[in-house]
Design a protein around this ligand. Structure first.
Ligand code: OAD
Length: 310
């Protein structure tokens, strides 16, 4: 990469003003978004891991060995009841897209959005108007379901009613009676092929990566951060500062050695002395995004989109 290209990617300051200026100046032309459950909290949908309010804090009554078992294939095949008890509350339905979802739509409308990689299964990206070819639903979606035994396909519309009863859904084809599982990706399942294809193509050519509302705990999604060029700004808009790059100090024979963390390229350097591009914007992502949009000069467009859904 030439010095000119590098300079073109550099933020004037590693804060919200630097990010806004980078976008406003037109230097960010190929933006990739990575999003997670935190962007939908403003729509009233709980995330997974926030202590007390997250979905995994509310699963005690099921006495699962691990809260994530509810979305784990081997557990589901043995004991699908907890998933079906819960699934009614997870279905895409009445919730409305938030300011963050509409920020993505503005980027798309302006031709700046290369792709939105989302972990969310609430369908709010589609509801905000992101077309399917600009979206990778990394953890699948509820719009189709398949029988675990005969692979018969069901549309959400055809099974929505039954999914709200709390009962395990059985296949109706030719006395199959297998369990029908919505096509959300469980632990132990592959991500959709588009994840691999799109991530290999999109991230290396991105000139800005914005990550919002995710704990960056679940791989391979969290590893996407490692795929952008080494000088490309990576901005985390999140309540918690996550995926922090931190070296361990090990003392051997009185000499201190710095040990690199695992996945060093995936981790964000924020306050590390060598940081030149990673930015953490804390607090509520809805407020941060509104502030960012205002600084860029897109407030009226965002307001119009929010008003259109009310
Ligand atoms: P998590 O629940 O793990 O993380 C949500 C993140 O959003 C946390 O870091 C919160 O601090 C942050 N957050 C919550 N509300 C926020 C707000 N209003 N503003 C800013 N930040 C906020 O959710 P994900 O990272 O999306 O996978 O979870 C990843 C995957 O784990 C899910 O897709 C799901 C789950 O197990 C599967 O089911 C396969």
């Amino acid at each position: 990469m030439s010095e000119e290209q590098k300079a073109n990617h550099s933020l004037k300051s590693l804060d919200i003003n630097g990010v806004a200026e980078y976008i406003k100046s037109g230097r960010a032309k190929k933006i990739v978004l990575m999003t997670g459950a935190g962007i939908s909290c403003g729509a009233g949908i709980p995330d997974f891991r926030s202590i007390g309010t997250g979905l995994y804090s509310q699963l005690e009554k099921y006495h699962l060995p691990e809260p994530t078992d509810v979305f784990t294939l081997t557990y589901f095949d043995k004991n699908p009841e907890p998933f079906f008890d819960l699934v009614g509350s997870l279905l895409p339905g009445t919730a409305k897209p938030t300011a963050v979802h509409y920020f993505a739509k503005i980027l798309f409308d302006k031709g700046l959005l290369v792709r939105q990689f989302t972990q969310n299964i609430d369908g709010l990206e589609r509801a905000a108007g992101i077309p399917p070819d600009h979206l990778v639903e990394c953890h699948g979606n509820f719009f189709t379901a398949h029988c675990r035994k005969c692979n018969a396909e069901y549309s959400l519309d055809s099974i929505r009613q039954e999914l709200t009863t709390g009962n395990v859904l059985h296949c109706k084809k030719d006395q199959c009676d297998g369990v029908v599982k919505p096509d959300i990706v469980f632990f132990g399942e592959n991500l959709p092929p588009s994840f691999r294809e799109r991530s290999r193509e999109d991230l290396p050519k991105a000139d800005l990566l914005i990550i919002m509302g995710t704990s960056l705990k679940v791989y391979p999604f969290a590893g996407l951060t490692s795929l952008v060029q080494e000088d490309v700004p990576r901005v985390l808009i999140n309540k918690d500062k996550v995926a922090v790059y931190k070296e361990e100090i090990e003392v051997i024979d009185g000499v201190e050695y710095k040990i690199q963390p695992k996945n060093p390229r995936a981790l964000l350097k924020y306050d590390h002395p060598s940081n030149t591009r990673d930015v953490f914007l804390g607090g509520d992502c809805q407020e941060t995004v509104k502030q960012l949009v205002e600084l860029i000069g897109w407030k009226s467009e965002l307001d119009a989109l929010i008003n259109s859904s009310e």
